[in-house]
Structures are given as C-alpha cells and as structure tokens.
Write a protein that binds this ligand. Structure first.
Ligand SMILES: C[S@@+](CC[C@H](N)C(=O)[O-])C[C@H]1O[C@@H](n2cnc3c(N)ncnc32)[C@H](O)[C@@H]1O
Length: 288
C-alpha cells in the first residue's frame, strides 16, 4: 500500500475538488488539511513528505466528504476571514461574504461624516450575525462605540466572541431581539445592516452550500424586501440629525431600497457597486 504524504493528499484533494467545481480548489484543500493536522498552511509545504497516519487520514476524509456534500468551508474549520480579520463561524451564522466589505468601504470613505459628534460616534449594526460588520467598523474606527443586534441568540453568542477576538468588546454591546426592539428609544450616528434579502420562493433554488446557512439569515419574505421596509420605516426615529443609514442588498434591489429611503425622507440617497460591478449598498442621510 502506498504512503499518503501531505503533498500527495493535497494534490489528490485539489483534483477531486476541481472535478466537483469547488471554486478555490487548492486553497480549500490546504485549509482543510491544515485544520485536520492542526497546523498552519505554510507548514504543509515545509513538511510536504510527512506521511499521514491512518487516524489523520480518517478525520480528513470525513471533512472532504462533508465539503463535497455542500457544507461551507467556514463551518468545517470554524472560522473565516472578513476585512482581513479572523471571525469565529458556526452553522448558526451566515458566512460573511466579500461583497459585504463594500459596506465597510462605503462607510470608511465617508470618514468624519460617520459621526455627527467627533470622538463620540455611535454605530448600530442590525442583523449582525457573526458580528462581521460591527466588529470591522469598530476595529477601523477607534472613536466609535456601538450596538449590534440579532434575533438569533446563537448568533449573538458568536458575535460576542468575535468582538472579544478582535479587541473591540469594550466598545460593542451585542443584544438579542427583533430588529429595532433591542434599541428602543436610542439614537445613533450610523446605522448599517445586511439583513436577510432572498425572496422566500428563491431559497429552494440556491446551491446546497447557501442552503446550509440558517434560513433566518436568508429569508427576506415574499419579495425579499421585507426587512428593508421595516428598517427604513423606523430609521428616522433612531438616527441623529445628519446620521447615515447604509444598507447592503441584492444586486437587483437597489432601486426599491433607494425609493424606500427617499419616501421615508432621507437625503443624499446613493447606491455603490461591489467589485463585481453589482449595485450592492444603498445609503441615505437623515437631515430633518
Ligand atoms: C444576511 S445575515 C447577515 C449577517 C451579517 N450581518 C453579515 O453580513 O455577515 C442576516 C442576519 O439577520 C438575522 N435576523 C433574521 N431575522 C431577524 C430579525 N427579525 N431581527 C434581527 N435579526 C434578524 C439572522 O439571524 C442573520 O444573522
């Protein structure tokens, strides 16, 4: 029987993933193997001729099987990078997407305009999931404090751990509850959200990988816009004068979100595209 070395296993998995149309086949093979061997990716190459034990091979095979069945890589290894920061990820939260980094860029590009009172800015992240948006913003903007909310208690627990992991827990409160309910009577300089926005009937047509994510992180109601209506309807009561509301949305939802922002009296409404040139973030300012 031939010996499986680290490199041989990596080559075999890369080919298997390519055949199965896994997008970043080599990278995913490296991440899974490093996870199975509890080592860094670079160490796979510094020990490329190391033979794997039967026990290591068995646990690695289990991971490969689950990945090929559509489980997201982040759920298998328990973490994922977003905005170059490390985030704990469990099957209770959406895996943060590169598209969502557009929301971070949009807010940062507006620099000082994020806070209506320099040195005292307050941000609210509705539907925070893993905490990716709130944690990244607080990491970038040390003068900000904030609140992140999610209906899922499990997501709240993950967001709390991610705030700790990235050194912002002293400035971020994570609260459980339905949309605005956990911040009744409170006002913010900046409100951001990437809410569930997939139309309910589209969910069964999504890939197995996306359907492995929590339904409550995806389902945006019959037309996918239910959360935008609820967020925008109450935004003015929670924004300080001059405050910004910035919403991520699906590639075909920009016009509906922009129209709803204008109808609610927000000013300076604009849409920003992501790296794939899809309209991705629409924002407006509360200027009563
Ligand atoms: C699309 S995910 C976004 C997660 C995270 N903000 C991100 O960008 O990676 C939407 C999140 O909304 C949460 N959610 C669903 N219904 C909610 C509600 N009624 N109130 C608050 N959060 C809700 C889900 O639990 C999920 O974490």
């Amino acid at each position: 029987m031939s010996t499986w070395t680290t490199l041989a296993v990596l080559d075999w998995t890369t080919k298997r993933f390519q055949d199965a149309q896994v997008s970043a086949a080599r990278l995913e093979a490296q991440v899974l193997l490093a996870h199975a061997l509890s080592c860094k990716r670079i160490e796979l190459y510094t020990n490329f001729d190391r033979p794997m034990s039967e026990a290591e091979l068995a646990s690695y095979r289990g991971l490969i099987r689950r990945r090929l069945a559509g489980e997201p890589l982040a759920y298998l290894v328990g973490e994922h990078e977003f905005w170059s920061l490390p985030f704990w990820i469990t099957p209770h939260v959406l895996v943060p997407r590169p598209d969502t980094e557009t929301l971070i860029e949009v807010v940062l590009a507006r620099g000082g305009a994020v806070t209506t009172k320099p040195g005292q800015g307050r941000v609210l992240d509705l539907c925070t999931g893993s905490g990716a948006i709130a944690v990244s913003l607080l990491h970038e903007l040390p003068e900000l404090t904030g609140v992140a909310t999610d209906l899922s208690p499990e997501a709240v627990a993950v967001a709390v751990r991610n705030a700790e992991r990235n050194g912002v827990s002293a400035r971020l409160e994570v609260r459980q509850g339905d949309l605005w309910a956990p911040v009744a009577g409170e006002q913010f300089d900046l409100v951001v959200s990437n809410p569930p926005y997939v139309a309910s009937e589209v969910i069964p047509t999504l890939s197995a990988e996306v359907r492995a994510e929590p339904r409550m992180a995806l389902d945006g109601g019959p037309d996918g816009l239910a959360f935008y209506r609820r967020i925008i309807a109450e935004a003015s009561g929670h924004l300080r004068s001059g405050g910004l509301l910035a919403l991520e949305h699906g590639f075909d939802q920009a016009d509906a979100v922009a129209a709803a922002l204008r109808a609610a009296g927000l000013a300076d409404v604009e849409t920003v595209a992501d790296l794939g040139k899809n309209p991705r973030v629409t924002l407006g300012r509360w200027q009563p």
